[in-house]
Write a protein that binds this ligand. Structure first.
Ligand SMILES: Cc1ncc(COP(=O)(O)O)c(C=O)c1O
Length: 490
């Protein structure tokens, strides 16, 4: 039993909550002494020492009852979306600085947490293999994508933006926000990766501003062939942005303690193809990578990394009332977002001190999730009732019902399962999600399925992001498979 997989999390049954309480008390004691250490000669304006506040208590009582309606995102039976418990160091790092609320837009707003953000960024550069370059945290992947395309639009001036049709919805939206009419969605191949022939045909027609490749698409977790896209880059010259919001931290599984790449082996739980794309991440020009997805951090933590320092200059922003310490890093001068929580940088910092993003830290945790996806794929392969939609690149599996030969009747049956095993059901045994693909995508992926009415095709989708899925000899993965085998569709 590896300490890493257990002691860093509250636990599905709140196993480590007492440990967390102890740490939180230490933080509060520290906060007390720290506050008192400033201006010791001033007197307290509070004449009573132990106030009680009934209003807070009353509202908190109601609030906590309301909080119980929240879904059990922490539980391995919840496999619907990219939701996972933040690691304990994340909670502690965030809490410590939330109490004094630094703002990392300018150095003077959060000197300690700005330095932590710089260190976390350095670590992410090392982990992605960019090594040199710059970057910063953002509130999420959409904002990171927006900033990267904004910087590219203003730096390169013109050209078309290319991305596959399973890319995150933010890409089309961002093109509209940035008033970039020339964007083109590229077809997918049967593995949900960008179709390289289609991409090249389009590159021949129109000069590219950016090609955006996915390292973990949102719906299917599919990985684009970055190695081949790099060859196209040599021929057609473009900025390669990799949306690794979801899959970027998976690179930690191929890194030793010194962040050197290790050789491929079957113990990695990814295919040789995915291993090669994880390696190729280092050749991107810019990367979106979200600590709040596979990186164990709570929401509000995305990041964007750039290889070329010159892209900073198109974003340069000054203001007469801030950025007074010009000899220090003022991240807000070079980022789209203004105020950003110093607490978030602290959460990332403490988490990656405890759980470094390499194979013996975060990589071990992610491998455990990848193992669940692999196991589930194998179970579905042997099933009489279901088929895999694809072999998972990462830890997102999609599957569908075997017995139907047309989309319409298939969808009717699969929705019955979804209604029993999703947020739609009152007390679902497991909570899954759907993956809905267009008729064009269906034709590519499932060419033999009849679809006279050209409907979208609906598959069931699981996100095995919680590493607990593989523990105890895949206890929860097996249970999920049993539940799916018994579920009624007629
Ligand atoms: C590949 C990818 N890119 C971008 C995003 C957007 O990230 P966020 O929701 O943090 O804005 C997501 C979210 O799921 C994603 O999976």
């Amino acid at each position: 039993m590896s300490e890493n997989l257990y002691s860093n999390f509250i636990g599905a049954k709140a196993e480590n909550i007492e440990m967390l309480k102890e740490f939180i008390l230490q933080i509060l004691d520290h906060q007390k002494e720290w506050r008192k250490s400033f201006y010791v000669y001033d007197k307290s304006l509070y004449d009573e020492k132990n106030f009680t506040n009934e209003k807070i208590q009353n509202e908190l009582d109601k609030f906590l009852i309301r909080a119980e309606k929240n879904l059990p995102y922490f539980h391995p039976r919840y496999s619907a979306q990219m939701l996972k418990d933040p690691a304990i160091p994340t909670i502690l790092g965030y809490l410590t600085f939330m109490l004094s609320n630094p703002n990392n837009h300018a150095y003077e707003g959060g000197p300690v947490t700005t330095e932590m953000e710089m260190e976390v960024t350095e670590l992410m550069l090392k982990m992605t293999g960019l090594k040199t370059g710059w970057g910063h945290l953002a509130s999420g992947g959409s904002l990171a994508n927006l900033e990267a395309l904004w910087a590219c639009r203003d730096f390169y001036k013109d050209g078309t933006v290319y991305f596959s049709s399973v890319s995150h919805y933010s890409w089309k939206r961002i093109c509209k926000i940035l008033n970039i009419p020339n964007y083109k969605e590229i077809n997918i191949d049967k593995f949900f990766s960008i179709d390289l022939n289609h991409l090249e045909d389009e590159l021949k027609k129109n000069k590219a501003l950016m090609v955006m490749a996915n390292l973990g698409s949102t719906g299917a977790g599919s990985v684009d062939d970055i190695e081949s896209i790099l060859k196209l880059k040599e021929k057609y010259e473009f900025h390669l942005h990799i949306d690794a919001a979801y899959g970027g931290f998976v690179r930690s599984i191929i890194l030793d303690n010194d962040y050197n790449e290790i050789n491929f082996s079957n113990d990695l739980f990814v295919s040789e193809f995915v291993y090669s794309q994880l390696k190729a991440l280092k050749d991107a020009d810019s990367i979106t990578i979200d600590p709040h997805k596979q990186g164990l951090i709570s929401y509000g933590a995305g990041a964007v990394l750039y290889k070329n320092e010159e892209l900073r200059q198109v974003m340069l922003n000054t203001a007469p009332y801030t950025y007074h310490k010009l000899d220090k890093p003022n991240i807000g001068m070079f980022s789209l977002e203004g105020s950003r929580p110093g607490a978030m940088a602290a959460a990332c910092y403490l988490t990656y001190q405890v759980i470094p993003p390499n194979k013996n830290g975060l990589g071990e945790i992610i491998s455990s999730s990848l193992a669940s996806a692999k196991k589930f794929y194998e179970l579905i392969s042997q099933s009489e009732k279901y088929l895999n939609l694809y072999s998972p690149n990462l830890d997102i599996n999609c599957f569908y019902l075997k017995k139907y030969s047309d989309v319409k009747t298939h969808n009717e049956a699969i929705i019955k399962i979804y209604n029993q095993l999703s947020v739609e059901a009152a007390e679902p045994e497991f909570i899954l999600s759907k993956f809905v693909i267009s008729p064009e995508q269906t034709e590519r992926v499932l060419p033999n399925l009849k679809n006279e009415e050209r409907e979208n095709f609906i598959a069931l989708r699981t996100v095995f992001m919680k590493h607990w899925g593989s523990l105890d000899d895949f206890y929860y993965v097996n249970k999920l498979f049993e539940t799916l085998s018994d579920v009624i569709t007629d």
